[in-house]
Ligand binder design. Sequence first.
Ligand code: AMP
Length: 206
Amino acid sequence: MAESVSAPDTFKVHGTGGDLIFMGPPGVGKGTQAKALAQESGWIHLSTGELFRDHIRRATELGRTVKTFLDKGEYVPDDVTVELVRDRLEKIGPSTRVLFDGFPRTVAQAEALDRLLADMGRKVAGVLILEAPRDELYARLSSRATAQHRTDDTPEVIANRLDVYDEQTRPVISYYEDRGLVKRVNGVGRVKDITTRLREALDNGS
Ligand code: AMP
């Protein structure tokens, strides 16, 4: 896999304004990297997975609704997820940039996000995809399950999460690829090397 495959000229993240979508399969290290990138760039890190887990911890009504989906490694229904994002976005000023982590995960969510952003005078500036082979992802998720006792990381659930990503989220990549917004980055290697690759991918697009 190439370190970062060049994207068409329309991938411009720095210097243009607009929000960044960060995508990648379960276990690729998306959360860690997204947090670091958002922090160093001064962007808001909007992780739907983190927001859902926070609701579950606080035992809110939404938390009770979504818990079974997270436990089974299934996607939360689109309408619930889009409402969560709308709610969060409404609290963010128009000039503050957002890094979406783990959203959108379905084509319906991507379409809803386009409408949401347009309503708020915002737009998608670019889509970064962090990638790794399935066997590597499976191994990483299995060792994380042991280390963290995560209820969404049993062997069946892990396999299911990877299948769901292939079936429902890969089409989202094509959705944005058609608009020339996608850059792919190799997610295998040391954490800090991957951060460097991601940074370069963003800078090269500016
Ligand atoms: P993550 O922390 O991004 O891996 O998300 C953890 C879990 O939250 C996922 O396995 C889903 O159950 C749920 N989730 C997070 N984001 C979404 C989304 N955009 N659409 C549906 N479900 C989601």
